[in-house]
Design a protein. Sequence first.
Lengths: 87, 392
Amino acid sequence: MSRLRPMDRPSRRELDQLTEEMRPDLESLFQRHGISQADAERLLREALLRLSYQWGRIRNRSWWLLDTIDKAAGELRNPATEELDDE
Amino acid sequence: MSERTSNDEHGQAIDHAARKAGDREEALSGEIDEAAALVGELLARPGAERQILIQEVRFHGLKICQLLLERSEALWCDDAGAAVEVARLAVEVSGRLDARWYGKGLVEDTQAMAWAVLGNSCRVASDLRSAEEALDRAEAHLERSGGEAYTEAEILSFRASLRSSQGRFREAVKLLDRALRIYRSARDRHFEGKTMVQKGLYFGYDGQFERAVRSLRQGLSRIEAMDDPRLLISAHHNLAGFLNDSGEHDQALETLRKARRLYADLGEPSHRARLSWLEGRITRDLGRLEEAEAALKAARDFFVEHEIGLDAALVLLDLATVYAQRGDTAELKRLSAGMVPIFASRDLHPEALAAVALFQKAAEAEQVDRSLLDRIVAELRRTPPVKGATAP
């Protein structure tokens, strides 16, 4: 069976359920990184979209969601050096 | 500002994001249905027409790209050239995705995956230089994506396969250790197991049979059988092979006996031919030469019929070891003479042909012994993989 499973997709209920389960961890992650409300919404929205399109491939979705947002939040606080050089 | 953002405000952000992500669900469903039809239309055309067709905007969808990647993967075992061609189409599509619709991160993830699959397809097709270049491109996209964990692990695994094809087994194992760390963080036992099976294979190729056996056993205890029956067969097969190589012939035969049902239920004809081959090698090493001869002849017939040159050569050399063990120089000469027409028309690498010629010369001079045959087999195994040649 392909690892990619491109035909798999989440239902709205599955996405809601995942977000609800992860809510305390997400809040604490946003708090820890000092992320604004607007950035928090954007980071989570982007991560959920990425996850939806790769639903069948990513098996531990709650871990993946936290890992992906954690990396993106870290990048937001400490943008890559090359971006600083451009300024 | 950020320090004062409260949990309530983050809670609202979570609600809004979840609602918006849910709103895309319908569009995603539509995209999946449409993509299946479009990929069918695309792949029904000959190669040159596909290149023209793929320029049309209706083919620039992410699900189309993923379906092409899935198709490319499915071709790895049977037609590596076609796998490369389809993966190139996926790369082309991935470079034309609309970042405003999908978001930059998702587009970069997809590009990384497309280049990674192309890289592995090139490796399977024995184009190791293109494989390296494609995997470099995959890594560059991965970095720009923010480092999506599963794609990172996939790229590491493909790079490890490439290092193995280059004979750089220890580097391959190190790369797999990095992939393992990711899967362990994700508590993904199946992929952890799959990676351990791959690691076991490289330990075995490197001659570290005991570590190979340990890693394969650990991997087998973790993989979910129904998720990947091919992997399951391949893992059992390699476990039996390395047990045999480490001198545990009885255990090897027992492992193979237990896996026989798997081969029958889940395996393809090529798997069953490889089962006969391994059975022949194990029974030979147990001194059961008649059984070995019968099993090796069955495997030989399959590889010769399907023109899988390198494997046919290796099976014939294993058969030669049976005759050598029996001291049957007449059979050895007959086998050697029979190899000429088989290999003259097959696509064998020059190194492989040279090894076969060395055997023929020794057979004519009645100077074949087990150590010479082992050396020739080792030489043949070092030759680059030929199209369609696959584990187990």
